[in-house]
Design a protein around this ligand. Sequence first.
Ligand code: CP
Length: 302
Amino acid sequence: MKGKSLISINDYSKEEQIKILDLAAEFEKNPVQNILEKYVVATLFFEPSTRTRLSFESAVSRLGGKIIGFSDSSSSSVKKGESLKDTIITVSNYSDLIVMRNPVEGSARYASEVSKVPLINAGDGANQHPTQTLLDLYTIRQTQGNLDNLHVAFVGDLKYGRTVHSLVIALCNYNTTFHLVSPIELKLPSAVKMHIKDKNLTYFQYTDMNDVIPQVDILYMTRIQKERFSDSLEYERVKNLYILNKNMLKGIKENLKILHPMPRVNEISTDVDNTPQAHYFQQALNGVYVRQALICSILGLK
Ligand code: CP
């Protein structure tokens, strides 16, 4: 993986993904080390973030590395009209690795092509979020013991949810049965469903979340992505359709875990937080270990 950018989850083979998860498990046991002492990582966030940016920065800091970058592009020369290409070439002269989030689909691939250093896609519009997928796989394996033959439900905005797109594609390596719950207008895009069909796996589509809760091992809740809607009335119509509360967790499988890439708005009531099924804060913490593993692998240090 040395020198290899991560833009789409399939840029890394199943074996490479597992190597990252195994290395992340080592970092979970020992997250403070001095591996990145001589390295500078740039985090360029053209879109808001809490978990992704701060867990990358925490990962680097705990390994002794330096961080440069911005969390708001209006404080950079982008505000003066500088192009993405010029920004990336410049920052790649200042750093060993770039982590970028950008609202434009395909921007991460383009940036990786002009960058002199490897680039990690921290989310490009509604397209992909591959590092979230690695931490999701890590968390699923942590909670279920393995990744094979699971029933996984995705609930909410399956059209614009980039974490869903990347994770569905990755889970196609593991004989997953997919339960897809969304309003008609926010169904999983056909291009993502093609990955399921190509592997001859099964998916079911629903509009009612209650139909899937007793059947699944993982319930992956998502936020309706307000910022991606061109019609605000359409957002208003769907924004409260899926709200999971404690009373709905009846007749569930013993091993059920609830995940959410976060941030949540209202799709998981806070009364779920203290149930044994809630695992979304641990999921966000796992992002530090997985990103430590990814950074060290790309820099050829592990
Ligand atoms: N999961 C995730 O991408 O969260 P942030 O938007 O807070 O980075």
